[in-house]
Design a binder for this molecule. Sequence first.
Ligand SMILES: [Zn+2]
Length: 161
Amino acid sequence: MNATTATYVPQYRTTTEFLVVHCSATRPTQDIGVREVTQWHRQRGFDTVGYHYVIRRNGEVETGRPETAIGAHVKGHNAQSVGICLVGGINAAGKPESNFTQAQFEALKELLDQLQTRYPNARILGHRDLSPDKNGDGKITPNEFIKACPSFDISTWLRTQ
Ligand SMILES: [Zn+2]
């Protein structure tokens, strides 16, 4: 084996409790996809891309890790979740912004519908909703968000679907 080639050996999940939506924290002008995210994640020391799916600006869904493998996208919950990344999520000034395209939201809805048929008990959450509940009131409020990802409120969006 070539020692300079990164090898990725999947480990498989036994439970799927969460479908976690992320953003790539890139500007809307950056037309990137799974290839670029894989490079960034390898630079951070991951074996490969941390997400299972990446949704490009044009709504194209690209496959990252095998869906049944443990991902690397949400601290403490990777062994129980599927990770989906929407490309975009920050504005020109680098601040969190829900600037995803209609095509991306449509693709996200379709993908989540498919995933829910395979994992009927899984809850759909945004990355920030899995921040620690610091004051223990059972709700994850904005002051507790460890990051803004995915830059919008998933539960509000789901209610309008
Ligand atoms: Zn995230």
